[in-house]
Ligand binder design. Structure first.
Ligand SMILES: [Zn+2]
Length: 123
């Protein structure tokens, strides 16, 4: 699929996504003038399940908008094609995953907060 996904970002959000990533593909890291804005969570039907699971796991807050800046990234046309066909998968870096695992295992359930409320400590 060429261009942006179905539940498209507005033009102003697309511009902000490209500015944020400085026209650099998040997958192959190439700088390219013809970047495409891709959704982190799929804008089409599979994205509803992804979003529901992310909210259930506490990774994202309720009310997360799939067409907002936070759900956007820049990809070159080649990587976007592979990403759209699920040939490329994004994952958190191993140190972040280890931190999250440690947080979940070491925090008492009574004070355990949703991950979206504590991710600021990763910065
Ligand atoms: Zn690329």
């Amino acid at each position: 699929m060429a261009g942006d996904s179905q539940a498209s970002f507005s033009q102003s959000v697309r511009n902000r996504i490209r500015e944020t990533y400085k026209h650099r593909c998040v997958i192959c890291l190439a700088w390219i003038d013809t970047t495409q804005c891709a959704h982190v969570l799929d804008a089409a039907t599979p994205g509803a399940l992804q979003l529901r699971n992310a909210v259930t796991l506490g990774v994202l807050p309720k009310g997360y908008q799939k067409n907002a800046l936070a759900n956007g990234m820049v990809q070159c046309p080649n990587c976007h094609a592979l990403f759209t066909k699920n040939r490329v998968v994004l994952s958190l870096p191993i140190p972040v995953l280890k931190y999250l695992e440690k947080y979940v295992r070491s925090t008492r359930k009574a004070v355990l907060k949703p991950l979206h409320e504590v991710r600021h400590v990763l910065r």
